[in-house]
Design a protein around this ligand. Structure first.
Ligand SMILES: N[C@@H](CCC(=O)N[C@@H](CS)C(=O)NCC(=O)O)C(=O)O
Length: 208
């Protein structure tokens, strides 16, 4: 296993072109200007390397010499520590804990719905659509308070929210007018150079 990982001198990300979890990692890589080889993975035809390296055979998977990481949370925190500029987590322990809690909630409340939105029956998808729309709308005040999530600076939390907001049209979710601050926030994220750089062709087309 180490032999395979070691063969690559440049950091490698196994990613899928439409996967929101991969998108989250691609955005962090772009934000930090990290040189990386992106291997686009077809879920029906996984590369041998990925099968050998990751027991869950999931994307995103990051290979940095002998280190193999999976799970987007683990990967993005590693990238932030390995490439500290610009920092994407606050410094003080209370703010860091708040950011981690926000990441946990985004994962639990929003990312958990994406499978149903993608491939659930119409009834299941409709329920997930309503849950996500209502949850985003009820968070409007939080998005209105600061330019970025709980912060004046872009952070790992924003990189995690961005792929979900980018896919709203594709998921056929239209936010109510009281959620205007959420869409203003989304526009701020989408305008970032790093966000534009993180998009695959497939993702660009998702929102056209
Ligand atoms: N919790 C997952 C999140 C990523 C995820 O669900 N990725 C999807 C593609 S968008 C995947 O690889 N699914 C195949 C699998 O998990 O076996 C992880 O461990 O990384």
């Amino acid at each position: 296993m180490a032999v395979i990982a070691n063969r690559r001198s440049v950091m490698t990300l196994f990613s899928n072109a439409s996967c929101p979890h991969s998108h989250r990692v691609r955005m962090v890589l772009a934000e930090k200007g990290i040189t990386v080889e992106i291997v686009n993975v077809d879920p029906d035809n996984l590369p041998e390397d990925l099968i050998d390296l990751n027991p869950y055979q999931s994307v995103p998977t990051l290979v940095d010499r002998e280190l193999v990481l999976y799970d987007p949370q683990v990967i993005t925190e590693y990238l932030d520590e390995r490439f500290p500029h610009p920092p994407l987590m606050p410094v003080d322990p209370v703010s860091r804990a708040r950011s981690r809690l926000a990441l946990y909630r985004i994962q639990r409340d929003w990312y958990s719905l994406l499978g149903d939105l993608e491939s659930g029956t119409e009834k299941v998808a409709a329920k997930a659509r309503k849950t996500l729309r209502d949850s985003l709308a009820s968070s409007a005040e939080v998005f209105a308070a600061r330019p970025y999530f709980l912060s004046d600076d872009f952070s790992l939390v924003d990189a995690t929210i961005a792929p979900v907001l980018w896919r709203l049209k594709y998921y056929r979710i239209e936010l109510p007018s009281q959620a205007a601050p959420v869409m203003d926030y989304a526009r701020r994220l989408f305008e970032r150079e790093s966000f534009q750089a993180s998009l695959t062709e497939v993702e660009r087309e998702l929102c056209e």
